[in-house]
Design a binder for this molecule. Sequence first.
Ligand code: AVI
Length: 332
Amino acid sequence: MESDISLHLPSGSAAPSGSLRAKEALGSDDFAQAVLAGLTRRPRSIPCRFFYDARGSELFEEITKLEEYYPTRVETALLEAHRAEIATLVGAGRILVEFGSGSSRKTSLLLGAFDEVPAYIPIDIAAESLKEAAEWLSGQHDGLTILPLIADFTTTRALPLVARSKRRLGFFSGSTIGNLSHAEAKAFLANAARLLGAGSAFLLGVDLKKPVSILIAAYNDGRGITAAFNLNLLGRINRELGGNFDLARFAHDAVYNETHGRIELYLKSLAEQTVRVLGRAFSFAAGERIHTENSHKYTVAEFQTLARASGWTPAKAWTDPDQLFSLHLLRL
Ligand code: AVI
């Protein structure tokens, strides 16, 4: 049987192609505003969601294969080891709703553990990666109904009508929840509870607190891929916003903030310099930094407390023997 893939937009949207163009236009405007505001404020900061242009997504893919970057490898191993138990706990006949679409291999593992999945709904703002992931998965799972939803998964209000007839399992992998502040993570979990509805389950991958040396190595790898990923943000500003950043005059910096329990990424100016973006001048002192990402780490108990505060009941958590990463099953 052919797999069924049809693209869904949130209700109220125009036809797909027109809406996509509108979204792209909106997207670059959003980027311009965030960069101008971020370079003006002190301390300077640009949201990490802007890392993922085509080059940034390629570099992130490379990061996930690095020896030092354990999250992808360990999370995949946890899914392999426990997916049968997860499927038993969750039960058959659930619609799978994935927040973000960048984890096809892990999704495929999970799908393979269930006897029957009436539909798979990946939610992502990036139409192109949504389409690629859906195509790859349809090749792996014959007959699977895939209903990609182009939307911001932190604020999505409604699922396609067809998804409302069955109970749902949410999936949010890769510890992407760690890139949100605690307040944002709580709001995301509460929104996911509303979206998935009563009787649903939610499986999340969450990076654990651990010795700082392991964390620093994961975000400052020996081959410099994470540095290139971070610096690509300046490259993107040059390409899309007429910037003239000299990437050789900025350095990648990764530090662990004990107080907030998070890795912080920065781009540090190596000299006193003035850079132009969209016709505006921004002066940097030597050593001045632009904050580009937070990646929060949680103990199992800390994450379960956050989940409870957002209306979820923790059902079970799995960790690897080295205590690097956790998988959480929540219920509503
Ligand atoms: C996507 N996210 C979970 C990654 C992380 O580990 O916070 C992004 C990343 N940044 C640098 N390396 C990986």
